[in-house]
Design a protein around this ligand. Structure first.
Ligand SMILES: C[S@@+](CC[C@H](N)C(=O)[O-])C[C@H]1O[C@@H](n2cnc3c(N)ncnc32)[C@H](O)[C@@H]1O
Length: 288
Protein backbone atom coordinates (compact mmCIF):
# COMPACT_ATOMS: atom_id res chain seq x y z
CA UNK A 1 0.00 0.00 0.00
CA UNK A 2 1.41 3.37 -0.84
CA UNK A 3 2.61 5.64 1.86
CA UNK A 4 0.43 8.70 2.21
CA UNK A 5 2.29 11.89 2.15
CA UNK A 6 1.37 15.52 1.94
CA UNK A 7 2.55 17.97 -0.58
CA UNK A 8 2.69 21.56 0.49
CA UNK A 9 1.17 24.45 -1.34
CA UNK A 10 2.50 26.11 -4.41
CA UNK A 11 3.73 29.63 -4.04
CA UNK A 12 0.42 30.78 -5.48
CA UNK A 13 -2.44 31.89 -3.26
CA UNK A 14 -5.24 29.55 -2.31
CA UNK A 15 -3.37 26.30 -2.81
CA UNK A 16 -3.92 24.27 0.32
CA UNK A 17 -2.07 21.10 1.24
CA UNK A 18 -3.03 18.03 -0.72
CA UNK A 19 -2.63 14.34 -0.06
CA UNK A 20 -0.94 12.28 -2.71
CA UNK A 21 -0.28 8.55 -2.75
CA UNK A 22 3.40 7.78 -2.99
CA UNK A 23 4.42 4.31 -4.15
CA UNK A 24 7.15 3.69 -1.61
CA UNK A 25 8.75 0.25 -1.52
CA UNK A 26 8.56 -0.57 2.15
CA UNK A 27 11.85 -1.96 3.35
CA UNK A 28 14.07 -2.25 6.38
CA UNK A 29 12.54 -1.43 9.72
CA UNK A 30 9.33 -0.19 8.22
CA UNK A 31 6.71 -2.85 7.81
CA UNK A 32 3.13 -2.80 6.67
CA UNK A 33 1.25 0.15 5.37
CA UNK A 34 1.94 3.57 6.73
CA UNK A 35 -0.97 5.95 6.73
CA UNK A 36 0.75 9.14 7.64
CA UNK A 37 -1.41 12.04 8.65
CA UNK A 38 1.00 14.90 8.48
CA UNK A 39 0.60 17.42 11.26
CA UNK A 40 2.95 19.94 9.73
CA UNK A 41 0.95 23.01 8.66
CA UNK A 42 2.25 23.28 5.14
CA UNK A 43 -0.59 25.54 4.18
CA UNK A 44 1.00 28.13 6.41
CA UNK A 45 4.43 28.15 4.80
CA UNK A 46 5.57 31.63 3.98
CA UNK A 47 5.79 31.73 0.17
CA UNK A 48 8.10 34.71 0.19
CA UNK A 49 10.61 33.02 2.38
CA UNK A 50 10.45 29.66 0.70
CA UNK A 51 9.74 30.48 -2.92
CA UNK A 52 13.18 29.39 -4.02
CA UNK A 53 13.52 26.25 -1.96
CA UNK A 54 9.93 25.20 -2.56
CA UNK A 55 9.38 24.93 -6.30
CA UNK A 56 5.88 25.66 -7.42
CA UNK A 57 3.49 22.74 -7.31
CA UNK A 58 1.09 24.65 -9.51
CA UNK A 59 1.39 22.18 -12.36
CA UNK A 60 0.76 19.19 -10.09
CA UNK A 61 -2.81 17.95 -9.92
CA UNK A 62 -4.18 16.96 -6.54
CA UNK A 63 -4.30 13.34 -7.61
CA UNK A 64 -0.76 13.16 -8.92
CA UNK A 65 1.36 10.23 -7.95
CA UNK A 66 4.96 11.07 -7.22
CA UNK A 67 7.92 8.80 -6.74
CA UNK A 68 10.43 8.92 -3.94
CA UNK A 69 13.13 9.96 -6.40
CA UNK A 70 11.01 12.91 -7.46
CA UNK A 71 10.51 13.91 -3.86
CA UNK A 72 14.11 13.77 -2.77
CA UNK A 73 15.37 17.15 -1.73
CA UNK A 74 11.98 18.84 -1.66
CA UNK A 75 11.46 20.41 1.71
CA UNK A 76 7.70 20.57 1.28
CA UNK A 77 7.45 16.81 1.71
CA UNK A 78 7.64 15.63 5.28
CA UNK A 79 6.39 12.32 6.54
CA UNK A 80 5.73 11.27 10.08
CA UNK A 81 8.54 8.77 9.54
CA UNK A 82 10.90 11.63 8.95
CA UNK A 83 9.79 13.32 12.14
CA UNK A 84 10.58 10.16 14.03
CA UNK A 85 13.96 10.04 12.32
CA UNK A 86 14.65 13.62 13.37
CA UNK A 87 13.85 12.75 16.97
CA UNK A 88 16.17 9.76 16.68
CA UNK A 89 18.96 11.93 15.25
CA UNK A 90 18.55 14.50 18.00
CA UNK A 91 18.88 11.88 20.71
CA UNK A 92 21.72 10.04 18.95
CA UNK A 93 24.48 11.47 21.11
CA UNK A 94 24.80 10.35 24.71
CA UNK A 95 25.58 13.12 27.17
CA UNK A 96 27.94 12.85 30.12
CA UNK A 97 27.60 14.03 33.70
CA UNK A 98 28.92 17.56 33.06
CA UNK A 99 26.48 18.17 30.20
CA UNK A 100 23.59 16.81 32.21
CA UNK A 101 24.56 19.06 35.12
CA UNK A 102 24.66 22.15 32.90
CA UNK A 103 21.35 21.15 31.31
CA UNK A 104 19.75 20.75 34.75
CA UNK A 105 20.91 24.24 35.79
CA UNK A 106 19.39 25.67 32.60
CA UNK A 107 16.12 23.83 33.20
CA UNK A 108 15.93 25.19 36.74
CA UNK A 109 16.39 28.69 35.36
CA UNK A 110 13.75 28.13 32.69
CA UNK A 111 16.40 28.60 30.02
CA UNK A 112 16.56 26.65 26.77
CA UNK A 113 19.83 24.91 25.90
CA UNK A 114 20.93 23.45 22.59
CA UNK A 115 19.61 19.93 21.99
CA UNK A 116 22.07 17.01 21.98
CA UNK A 117 21.78 16.87 18.18
CA UNK A 118 22.55 20.57 17.84
CA UNK A 119 25.43 20.21 20.29
CA UNK A 120 26.87 17.33 18.31
CA UNK A 121 26.60 19.34 15.09
CA UNK A 122 28.42 22.27 16.73
CA UNK A 123 31.10 19.95 18.06
CA UNK A 124 31.62 18.47 14.61
CA UNK A 125 31.70 21.87 12.90
CA UNK A 126 34.25 23.19 15.40
CA UNK A 127 36.40 20.11 14.77
CA UNK A 128 36.02 20.42 11.00
CA UNK A 129 37.11 24.04 11.16
CA UNK A 130 40.04 23.01 13.39
CA UNK A 131 38.81 25.88 15.51
CA UNK A 132 41.27 27.63 17.75
CA UNK A 133 39.15 30.71 18.45
CA UNK A 134 35.36 30.51 18.82
CA UNK A 135 33.01 33.32 19.85
CA UNK A 136 29.69 32.45 21.46
CA UNK A 137 26.77 34.81 21.98
CA UNK A 138 24.57 33.53 24.82
CA UNK A 139 26.61 31.45 27.28
CA UNK A 140 23.57 30.24 29.21
CA UNK A 141 24.71 27.59 31.68
CA UNK A 142 27.31 26.19 29.30
CA UNK A 143 25.70 23.32 27.37
CA UNK A 144 26.62 24.63 23.93
CA UNK A 145 30.00 25.80 25.26
CA UNK A 146 30.96 22.28 26.31
CA UNK A 147 30.11 20.93 22.86
CA UNK A 148 32.09 23.68 21.16
CA UNK A 149 35.12 23.09 23.39
CA UNK A 150 34.93 19.36 22.71
CA UNK A 151 35.28 20.03 18.99
CA UNK A 152 37.93 22.73 19.19
CA UNK A 153 41.69 22.22 19.17
CA UNK A 154 43.13 21.33 22.58
CA UNK A 155 44.72 24.79 22.77
CA UNK A 156 41.59 26.57 21.51
CA UNK A 157 39.86 29.32 23.46
CA UNK A 158 36.11 29.90 23.61
CA UNK A 159 35.10 33.53 24.10
CA UNK A 160 31.57 33.54 25.44
CA UNK A 161 29.30 36.53 26.05
CA UNK A 162 26.19 36.81 28.22
CA UNK A 163 24.68 39.67 30.23
CA UNK A 164 23.87 37.29 33.13
CA UNK A 165 27.01 36.65 35.25
CA UNK A 166 25.21 34.05 37.37
CA UNK A 167 24.63 31.89 34.30
CA UNK A 168 28.23 32.29 33.29
CA UNK A 169 29.22 31.12 36.76
CA UNK A 170 27.31 27.88 36.17
CA UNK A 171 28.96 27.53 32.77
CA UNK A 172 32.39 28.01 34.34
CA UNK A 173 31.64 25.18 36.79
CA UNK A 174 30.30 22.97 34.00
CA UNK A 175 33.42 23.51 31.86
CA UNK A 176 35.58 22.56 34.83
CA UNK A 177 33.48 19.45 35.47
CA UNK A 178 33.90 18.53 31.80
CA UNK A 179 37.67 18.60 32.29
CA UNK A 180 38.58 21.86 30.55
CA UNK A 181 41.36 24.00 31.99
CA UNK A 182 40.35 27.48 33.12
CA UNK A 183 42.30 29.12 30.28
CA UNK A 184 40.17 27.39 27.63
CA UNK A 185 37.30 29.85 28.11
CA UNK A 186 37.05 33.60 28.33
CA UNK A 187 33.80 34.74 29.95
CA UNK A 188 32.72 38.25 29.06
CA UNK A 189 29.69 39.58 30.90
CA UNK A 190 27.65 41.98 28.81
CA UNK A 191 25.35 42.34 25.86
CA UNK A 192 26.66 41.02 22.57
CA UNK A 193 26.34 44.28 20.67
CA UNK A 194 28.38 46.07 23.32
CA UNK A 195 31.04 43.36 23.51
CA UNK A 196 31.47 42.09 19.93
CA UNK A 197 32.81 45.39 18.53
CA UNK A 198 35.75 44.97 20.92
CA UNK A 199 36.73 41.58 19.46
CA UNK A 200 39.40 41.31 16.76
CA UNK A 201 38.54 41.48 13.04
CA UNK A 202 39.08 38.15 11.28
CA UNK A 203 40.22 36.57 14.53
CA UNK A 204 37.63 33.78 14.83
CA UNK A 205 37.14 30.40 13.20
CA UNK A 206 33.53 30.04 14.30
CA UNK A 207 30.85 32.33 15.75
CA UNK A 208 27.86 30.72 17.45
CA UNK A 209 24.82 32.96 17.96
CA UNK A 210 22.28 32.01 20.66
CA UNK A 211 21.47 35.31 22.34
CA UNK A 212 18.68 37.79 21.63
CA UNK A 213 16.82 36.70 18.44
CA UNK A 214 15.75 40.27 17.66
CA UNK A 215 19.42 41.14 17.19
CA UNK A 216 20.15 38.33 14.76
CA UNK A 217 20.92 40.57 11.78
CA UNK A 218 23.37 42.59 13.87
CA UNK A 219 25.01 39.35 14.97
CA UNK A 220 25.37 38.40 11.33
CA UNK A 221 27.07 41.69 10.49
CA UNK A 222 29.41 41.35 13.45
CA UNK A 223 30.15 37.73 12.60
CA UNK A 224 31.16 38.60 9.05
CA UNK A 225 33.68 41.00 10.53
CA UNK A 226 34.93 38.57 13.17
CA UNK A 227 35.32 35.49 10.97
CA UNK A 228 38.46 34.56 9.11
CA UNK A 229 37.87 33.59 5.48
CA UNK A 230 36.59 30.01 5.55
CA UNK A 231 35.20 30.50 9.07
CA UNK A 232 31.68 29.50 10.09
CA UNK A 233 28.73 31.29 11.58
CA UNK A 234 25.87 29.33 13.21
CA UNK A 235 22.50 30.56 14.46
CA UNK A 236 20.52 28.45 16.90
CA UNK A 237 16.71 28.28 17.03
CA UNK A 238 15.83 29.58 13.57
CA UNK A 239 12.70 27.41 13.36
CA UNK A 240 11.31 29.27 16.41
CA UNK A 241 9.23 26.21 17.31
CA UNK A 242 7.60 26.21 13.88
CA UNK A 243 6.63 29.88 13.93
CA UNK A 244 9.16 30.81 11.24
CA UNK A 245 7.07 28.96 8.64
CA UNK A 246 3.70 29.83 10.13
CA UNK A 247 1.83 32.55 8.24
CA UNK A 248 -0.14 33.65 11.32
CA UNK A 249 0.90 37.00 12.81
CA UNK A 250 4.28 36.60 14.46
CA UNK A 251 6.29 38.63 16.99
CA UNK A 252 9.28 40.76 15.91
CA UNK A 253 11.66 38.01 17.01
CA UNK A 254 10.28 35.68 14.33
CA UNK A 255 10.19 38.39 11.67
CA UNK A 256 13.86 39.09 12.36
CA UNK A 257 14.64 35.38 12.01
CA UNK A 258 12.99 35.34 8.57
CA UNK A 259 15.08 38.34 7.56
CA UNK A 260 18.14 36.55 8.85
CA UNK A 261 17.37 33.43 6.82
CA UNK A 262 16.97 35.48 3.65
CA UNK A 263 20.09 37.54 4.32
CA UNK A 264 22.26 34.49 4.94
CA UNK A 265 20.89 32.60 1.96
CA UNK A 266 21.35 35.54 -0.36
CA UNK A 267 24.70 36.80 0.89
CA UNK A 268 27.39 36.48 -1.80
CA UNK A 269 29.90 36.24 1.04
CA UNK A 270 28.36 33.08 2.52
CA UNK A 271 27.67 29.45 1.65
CA UNK A 272 24.80 28.32 3.84
CA UNK A 273 22.99 25.24 5.04
CA UNK A 274 19.98 25.03 7.34
CA UNK A 275 20.40 21.96 9.52
CA UNK A 276 17.16 20.48 10.89
CA UNK A 277 18.63 19.64 14.28
CA UNK A 278 16.99 20.80 17.49
CA UNK A 279 15.10 24.00 16.78
CA UNK A 280 16.97 24.61 13.53
CA UNK A 281 20.65 25.44 13.18
CA UNK A 282 21.44 27.88 10.38
CA UNK A 283 25.10 27.50 9.36
CA UNK A 284 27.18 29.34 6.82
CA UNK A 285 30.80 29.45 5.77
CA UNK A 286 32.38 32.78 4.97
CA UNK A 287 33.72 32.24 1.48
CA UNK A 288 37.53 32.25 1.36
C1 LIG B 1 19.09 30.16 24.94
S1 LIG B 1 20.14 30.78 26.12
C2 LIG B 1 21.71 30.21 25.63
C3 LIG B 1 21.89 28.75 25.86
C4 LIG B 1 23.29 28.25 25.61
N1 LIG B 1 23.79 28.65 24.32
C5 LIG B 1 23.30 26.75 25.73
O1 LIG B 1 22.91 26.05 24.79
O2 LIG B 1 23.68 26.27 26.79
C6 LIG B 1 20.23 32.45 25.65
C7 LIG B 1 21.21 33.24 26.46
O3 LIG B 1 21.42 34.48 25.81
C8 LIG B 1 21.61 35.46 26.77
N2 LIG B 1 21.34 36.76 26.16
C9 LIG B 1 20.18 37.45 26.10
N3 LIG B 1 20.36 38.63 25.48
C10 LIG B 1 21.66 38.66 25.12
C11 LIG B 1 22.47 39.64 24.46
N4 LIG B 1 21.95 40.79 24.03
N5 LIG B 1 23.78 39.36 24.30
C12 LIG B 1 24.31 38.19 24.72
N6 LIG B 1 23.59 37.25 25.34
C13 LIG B 1 22.28 37.48 25.55
C14 LIG B 1 20.65 35.09 27.89
O4 LIG B 1 21.06 35.64 29.12
C15 LIG B 1 20.75 33.57 27.87
O5 LIG B 1 21.67 33.09 28.82
Amino acid sequence: MPEQCRIGPSAGPGDGPVSVPIPVPITGLITGSIPVPVPVPFSTLSPTLFQRVLPSAGSRRRTDTVTVAELRGRERVITANRQTSWAFADAFVAEDEALRWARDRAREAGLPSVSPGTGAALRMLAATADAKAVAEIGTGTGVSGIYLLLGMRPDGVLTTVDPEPERQQFARQAFRAAGFAGNRARFIPGRALDVLPRLADGGYDLVFCDGDRTESLDYLAESLRLLRPGGLVCFEGVFADGRTVDSAAQPPEVLRLRELLRAVRESPELLSSLLPVGDGLLCAVRRP
